[in-house]
Design a protein around this ligand. Structure first.
Ligand code: PLP
Length: 378
């Protein structure tokens, strides 16, 4: 038995994505920057992909730039906003992904004048928008970048970006949102929501690893993060990962086609696991919002009560062929010490485990996972 319930870390590539990537590997032998036929054909595919990504956000073509993934896009937005837009204060959340938190640490190391404010979050991981507004009021004479993730990758909390954007706009603050976990599931409409930077990563929606994008609003023009050739309209140098870009666009297209169907399926899986766990042990709690509209349907973060096997739980599950995680993949599989769980629960008892699903998971798998949990913890 092999069950993969760690889709918030990475998802399997859709077979049709693999097919277009194989085709690209065979066909796209030229460099997309070359002006000959082989180059031009590749370039045309990249521009077709850009169109698809732009449409997903109601953005214009010139606002989408391909990168190596979410980490690069987030680094680029934060570091370039400080370097090129004169940002001297960053407002963010303590539950952001490490690529945001560590970027801010690096920024402050090299620019001691840049301040950072961490907003409070409640037990469900939500912010208090009044608190954001108060900070922006106080910082009226500063150039502020607000960086708030659209959805948290460990507990799934979805933030209300529409109203956050309105507040930031009222105070002329730049807004960046890490949308890595919501692209293809809960798209942001940038024609209605004024956001300056968004980031996405193909491997979270059944595309390949190592490719992503950044959306950059025309009002927030930064200079390149990576210098070199004139690729990506001089914004991101380096020969384009054409095979990855083509695969990402196909994955996005397929996700859009099946969005409603997938959402319902994911909710069924999640509800089955939640109910099964509650029946097994009423002391089990769930981290993240209880309102389904405020949390990702792709994941369930479970707070198990203290148990002698807690420390080895992920390993026992792994031995049974079940892949789950204790938080983000970057926490090296440890089920203790998640900065997100610490931020919502403080020094807590028991263990937090993230189960995350994709369209390829089944109800039968949920039942098998429940049986395994009962065997280990029963
Ligand atoms: N941001 C969030 C919320 C994530 O979940 C991840 C991946 O785990 C990243 C950023 C990093 O993306 P990538 O793996 O494409 O570098």
């Amino acid at each position: 038995m092999k069950i993969y319930f760690d889709n918030a870390a990475s998802t399997p590539v859709h077979p049709e994505v693999r097919d277009v990537m194989m085709e690209s590997l065979n066909e796209d032998i030229g460099n997309p920057s070359s002006i000959h036929d082989h180059g031009r054909k590749g370039k045309a595919k990249i521009e077709q992909a850009r169109k698809l990504v732009a449409q997903h956000f109601q953005a214009s073509l010139g606002e989408i730039f391909f990168t190596s993934g979410g980490t690069e896009s987030n680094n680029m937005a934060l570091k370039c906003a400080v370097r090129d837009l004169g940002v001297n204060h960053i407002i963010t959340l303590p539950i952001e992904h490490h690529c945001i938190l560590h970027s801010i640490e690096r920024i402050q190391k090299h620019n001691p004048d840049v301040d950072c404010t961490f907003l409070n979050i409640d037990l469900e991981g939500k912010i208090d928008k009044n608190e954001l507004e108060q900070h922006l009021k106080t910082l009226a004479d500063q150039k502020v970048l607000v960086s708030i993730m659209h959805a948290n990758n460990e507990i799934g909390t979805i933030q209300d970006m529409e109203n956050i954007a309105k507040i930031c706009d009222n105070y002329d603050a730049y807004l960046h949102s890490d949308t890595v976990q919501t692209v293809a599931h809960h798209p942001v409409d940038v024609s209605k929501t004024k956001i300056h930077f968004l980031s996405g990563s193909a491997h979270k929606f059944h595309g390949p690893k190592g490719v992503g994008f950044i959306y950059m609003n025309q009002d927030a023009i930064i200079e390149p993060f990576i210098d070199g050739g004139a690729q990506e309209r001089n914004m991101r140098a380096g020969t384009e990962n054409i095979t990855g870009i083509v695969g990402m666009a196909k994955a996005l297209e397929l996700a859009e086609e099946r969005a409603t169907e997938d959402h319902e399926h994911l909710l069924q899986l999640k509800t089955r696991l939640k109910e099964g766990l509650s029946q097994f042990d009423e002391r089990i709690q769930f981290n993240g919002p209880s309102d389904p509209s405020e949390v990702l349907s792709t994941l369930l973060n479970v707070q198990f009560p203290p148990h002698p096997k807690s420390d080895m739980f992920l390993m026992y599950m792994d031995l049974k062929g079940i892949s789950i995680s204790g938080g983000s993949a970057c926490s090296s599989g440890a089920n203790q010490g998640s900065h997100v769980i610490k931020a919502i629960r403080g020094d807590h008892e028991g263990m937090a485990v993230r189960f995350s699903f994709s369209r390829y998971n089944t109800i039968q798998e949920v039942d098998q996972v429940l049986d395994a949990i009962k065997e280990i913890l029963g």
